[in-house]
Design a protein around this ligand. Structure first.
Ligand code: ADP
Ligand code: MG
Length: 530
């Protein structure tokens, strides 16, 4: 396929493909469906590859994170999610004449933490700014934000590029600002209603350089930011509830060109996966437009997660001039070196540091270590198990295998996992001591334990009669039974087909209901068969 195909062309092609193959081979419905998926994926990748060969994708992200400070950014109003509407709305939030905003030290501390974790320089002298615009959810008629002196500059997030190499996406800035209220358009038939509880709550906005080159890189970027925010306990990272929001600026340019294309800003993605999807859709849409010779316009678009498309909200010409000016009601915020040192002292271990520790001190692979540090709570649980067992690899396998499976199945997170870390360590010990086989432990004992978290694994094993046995007499009996049942296989084995040993071991295990010690069984079988 040399030419670049439009969507319409692709679908025609797809149809031709499908009918000819179906006619030729008389496919069943299910293999036809599989075939369609395969062809579509192939064509999609081919299509994307062609875009990437000719064009650079340029993406810069703006991420708003709601800080978990107890009160609002510049007032004593409570900042809590889910309160009855318009409860936490004092005179400062409403901008009554004669009231004065004040800096919230807790919020500043949280923002500095984020800056330090991302390797930013922290600004000492912070002049806040007023951004003026009129909208129903903005009670004061302006937003307090930072303009010329953002709290953090520089820093970066590392992602893997398309070739699997580490790539640093640099940050332009992180600044502090206050959130707006919430307009609700579907509560009343006639009117829009507004809830000002959120107005004035503390936000940080993290702005990336336009260095992201694909939806996948953007996905990794936001995932990493969210993981850090959660490790630092400064934001709950919940995109559905809007405590983490991400706008993607997307454009394409011819490869090698120094000039950026016209960018489009996409909003309203309520998950990280949708950030990726929105960018991928935008890239295809812009590419098709360029192919058709259409001019792209600078605009704000929204992502529709049901249809998987973006649609235009407003063009940029309609956007206000915000008339930024220094906020006269707030004194400049001075972030001293001492304050920064104090915050630094207070920093928890970050995922990267934990990964390094798991690899060097516990001998885990890089991959295992990074899976275990996906969330702070998972890492903490794993560490707790390693306090009770020296078999760190087994601990990692339990967390990533059985425990993760159980949590996924029951839609729980690890903080709600019923078994204590010492219980898991005890299971590991029982396996290592040869009292339980691995399969009995995972398939029989574990499911019983999660139903009765307080019971003892060995007692359960005794009750269910599945304690592994090294009783040679018992094993000998089973081995005899198996070998008598398979005379031809025994003959084949003796004539050199040694791979059959596994079959015999398996049969003995089955007969013993998992109680046979596999190592001993193996040895005894080998001896018996000569
Ligand atoms: P605006 O004034 O429209 O908000 P900014 O220059 O502040 O634009 O940039 C906002 C975001 O857009 C940043 O993340 C930046 O990296 C990104 N960006 C800037 N130019 C482009 C472009 N041509 N294509 C994609 N992203 C861009
Ligand atoms: Mg912007």
């Amino acid at each position: 396929m040399k030419a670049v195909y439009s969507f319409t062309q692709i679908s025609i092609l797809l149809n031709q493909f499908q009918t000819s193959e179906v006619d030729n081979k008389r496919m069943s419905i299910s293999s036809y469906a599989k075939f369609c998926v395969r062809v579509s994926l192939q064509l999609f990748y081919q299509y994307m590859k062609e875009i990437f060969e000719k064009y650079d994708v340029v993406v810069g992200l703006e991420i708003h994170a709601q800080l978990l400070a107890k009160s609002k950014a510049f007032s004593y109003d409570k900042a809590e999610y889910g309160a009855p509407p318009n409860q936490n709305v004092g005179v400062i939030t409403l901008g009554h004449p004669g009231t004065l905003p004040r800096h919230n030290k807790e919020a500043v501390r949280m923002a500095v933490k984020v800056g330090l974790a991302l390797g930013c320089d922290i600004t000492e002298y912070n002049q806040y700014a007023r951004k003026n615009y009129f909208y129903a959810d903005l009670p004061k008629g302006y937003q307090i934000t930072q303009d010329k002196t953002p709290l953090c500059r520089g820093g970066f997030v590392t992602v893997k590029d398309a070739d699997g190499r580490d790539k640093n996406i640099h940050l332009t800035r992180i600044h502090m600002e206050e959130d707006s209220g919430k307009s609700i358009h579907d509560m009343d038939m006639e009117y829009s209603v507004v809830d000002y509880n959120r107005a004035g709550t503390a936000l940080i906005e993290i702005v990336s350089e336009p260095e992201i080159r694909s939806g996948e890189e953007a996905f990794q970027f936001v995932t990493e930011i969210r993981r850090l925010l959660r490790y630092l306990d400064v934001c709950d990272g919940n995109m559905e509830e809007g405590s983490l929001r991400c706008d993607a600026n997307v454009s394409i340019k011819l490869k090698g060109s120094e000039v950026f294309g016209t960018k489009v800003e996409v909003k309203n993605m309520n998950s990280i996966t949708n950030v990726r999807k929105a960018i991928e859709y935008e890239v295809r849409r812009q590419h098709e437009a360029v192919q058709k010779g259409e001019e792209l316009v600078s605009e704000t678009r929204r992502f529709d997660a049901l249809k998987n498309i973006t649609f235009s909200m407003r063009t940029k010409e309609q956007v206000n001039d915000y008339r930024y000016f220094p906020e006269p009601d707030l004194p400049p915020l001075i972030v001293s070196k001492d304050f920064i040192a104090e915050v630094r002292q207070d920093m928890p271990l970050l995922p990267e540091q934990l990964v390094a520790m798991f690899v060097t001190e516990l001998g885990l692979s890089q991959y295992t270590a990074s899976v275990l540090t996906e969330s702070k709570e998972t890492a903490a649980y794993f560490i707790e198990i390693t306090r009770h067992t020296k078999n760190h690899k087994a601990a990692a396998n339990w967390v990533m295998g059985e425990i993760k499976g159980y949590l996924n199945l029951n839609a729980l997170d690890i903080t709600r996992f019923p078994l204590s870390a010492p219980t898991i360590a005890r299971l590991i010990a029982l396996i290592d001591e040869g009292k339980l086989s691995n399969s009995v432990a995972t398939q029989v004992i574990f499911p019983e334990l999660v139903k009765n978290p307080m019971s003892d694994p060995l007692e359960i094993a005794a009750r269910l009669n599945v304690i592994q046995t090294s009783d040679a007499g018992f094993l000998q009996e089973l081995i005899d039974e198996v070998l008598t049942a398979y005379p031809e296989k025994v003959a084949e084995y003796k004539s050199g087909k040694e791979g059959l040993l596994g079959l015999f071991v398996g049969e003995v295990m089955k007969k013993s209901k998992g109680k046979a010690d596999p190592k001993l069984t193996n040895e005894m079988l080998r001896e018996r068969l000569g």
